[in-house]
Design a protein around this ligand. Structure first.
Ligand code: NAD
Length: 485
């Protein structure tokens, strides 16, 4: 099929460079559990070099016309689109997700992120106010400077570009770090940027561990804004460093999302969508609904149908067309998920299906596969129902009254997304109003309009991305008042 590089490099000042230490960390293909490439083990010195390049590039990039920035971003979008199959293959090898999903969702969305923000910047506006005293106020939107963009492994190119595209469109220059667990498509993006003629230093990509590269980006005094997507614990650590430096922060963190199913729902649509919202990308999407609450009169029917259909899902090699559940991202993550399943058993959970590692035949026998797992019989307060697992594991819990399910849905530290299934419009809106989540879907899931605010409440994050909100994040407002009496 396609050939991937056996060693990737940092992209700094428009060039491919080794890390200053010249050290590398292994990159593992999770579908076979074997090393297939090397990633630079960069540190603060590489981040410093990248930041200097970004600082040098800032004056010309930030004053370039919106039309010119549009053209660069659109060119990058075109090239991503042209290379969809190759990038989807790379994402599959690097992450373990199915090729089908990468080709249908991850890569098209990465291209759309660039295209969306290429055009959004053409429509971005600021306001002016004239008051009775005959003074005029107008508000500049000025790019903040060098932005730091740090992304996770679950939707590698999709989430990396979701930050980089609006930062570049805004006129910021960028020092970016993809997850060290899935760096391949970020490297391929740097090849695309060179092909698109993006000026040197506008985007810099530094590879390596979070505690070295990520933390150095957060600590660098000249990086004025940090857009981070990842775990809540990492978000806390980032906030503790960035807040006293008065950096702008956008934090998109973990979730433990409720999926609330009423007996009057459109049953077939709900069942089909709930299988996706539970197990898409092996449950490794921050928006997956891992706590499923079902109205008691529908509970037994739902349980039987759900378990039967989930048992039929084919877990297998991610490049194969028939595969529906691929590999989870790493051995460490697989072991974490398996330990969460053990904890659920200790807490009295009844495993209705899955619950184990799946060993495939040669050459996939060392890959990281977990059967999709459904657990019932757990209290809403237990750790399994409180802590993020981020794998193919869901719990199902019956409820009687609306108030009861609202209480259980909100009784977690997280507040990212929620799904409600009912044909009763009044009830749907009432519950949406009361839920403590930043993103609510009624009778649908992962239905995204990129103009809408995206982000979580409580421990799921600070700030919103998407639409003009993220352009506001990468810009500073400066108000000018003129007295013309
Ligand atoms: P993570 O927090 O371990 O890592 C995310 C990124 O931060 C990686 O690039 C990592 O190298 C870097 N990093 C790690 N330590 C750092 C530090 N001290 N300083 C700076 N950077 C550091 O998260 P992960 O395991 O890669 O991703 C899974 C998590 O991401 C889950 O909790 C999931 O819910 C969350 N997530 C949230 C969203 C959202 O939009 N809210 C989307 C996707 C994933």
């Amino acid at each position: 099929m396609f050939q991937l590089p056996d060693k990737i490099l940092n992209y700094i000042n428009g060039q491919f460079v080794e890390s200053i230490s010249k050290n590398y960390i292994p990159n593992i293909n999770p579908s076979i559990g074997k090393e297939y490439s090397l990633t630079p083990d960069s540190d603060a010195n590489d981040v410093k070099m990248a930041t200097n390049a970004a600082l040098d590039a800032f004056p010309s990039w930030s004053t370039l016309s919106h039309q010119k920035r549009y053209e660069y971003l659109n060119k990058i979008a075109d090239l991503i689109e042209k290379k969809t199959d190759f990038l989807a293959y790379a994402e599959t090898v690097d992450n373990g997700k199915t090729f089908k999903l990468a080709k249908k969702v991850d890569i098209p969305r990465a291209s759309t992120n660039f295209r969306f923000y290429a055009t959004a910047i053409l429509h971005y506006y600021s306001q002016s106010y004239i008051n009775e005293n005959k003074s005029l106020n107008y508000t500049y939107k000025q790019p903040i400077g060098v932005a730091g963009c740090i992304s996770p492994w679950n939707l590698p190119l999709y989430l990396f570009t979701w930050k980089i595209a609006p930062a570049l469109a805004s006129g910021c220059t960028v020092v970016a770090k993809p997850s060290e667990i899935t760096p391949m498509t970020a490297y391929l993006l740097s090849e695309i940027c060179i092909e698109a003629g993006l000026p040197a230093g506008v985007l810099n990509i530094v590879h390596g561990d979070g505690y070295k590269v990520g933390q150095s980006i957060v600590e660098h005094p000249k990086i004025r804004a940090i857009s981070f997507t990842g775990g809540t614990k990492t978000g806390k650590s980032i906030a503790s460093i960035a807040a006293p430096m008065f950096k702008k922060l956008s934090l998109e963190l973990g979730g433990k999302n409720p999926n609330i199913i009423f007996a009057d729902c459109n049953y077939d649509k709900m069942l089909k969508t709930t299988i996706q919202s539970s197990f898409a990308n092996q449950g490794q999407i921050c928006l997956c609904g891992s706590r499923i609450f079902v109205q008691r009169k529908l509970y037994e029917q739902f349980k039987n149908d759900f378990v039967e259909k989930v048992k039929d899902l084919k877990t297998g090699p991610p490049l194969e067309d028939a595969t529906q559940i691929g590999a989870v991202v790493s051995e460490q993550h697989m072991n974490k998920i398996l330990s969460c399943i053990e904890l659920a058993k200790q807490e009295g959970g009844n495993i209705l299906c899955g619950g184990k590692r799946k060993i495939l035949s040669d050459p996939y026998q060392d890959g990281y596969y977990i059967e999709p797992t459904i657990i019932e019989g757990l209290d809403y307060k237990c750790r399994t129902n409180q802590e993020e697992i981020f794998g193919p594991v869901v719990t199902i819990t019956p409820f009687d009254a609306e108030e009861e399910v609202m209480m259980m849905a909100n009784a977690v530290e997280y507040g990212l997304s929620a799904t409600i299934w009912t044909e009763n419009l009044n009830r749907a809106h009432k519950i949406a109003h009361q839920l403590e989540n930043g993103i609510i879907w009624i009778n649908t899931w992962l239905n995204r309009d990129l103009r809408t605010p995206f982000g979580g409440m409580k421990s799921s994050g600070v700030g919103r991305e998407g639409g003009f909100k993220i352009l506001d994040f990468f810009n500073e407002d400066k108000n000018v008042c003129v007295d013309f009496t």
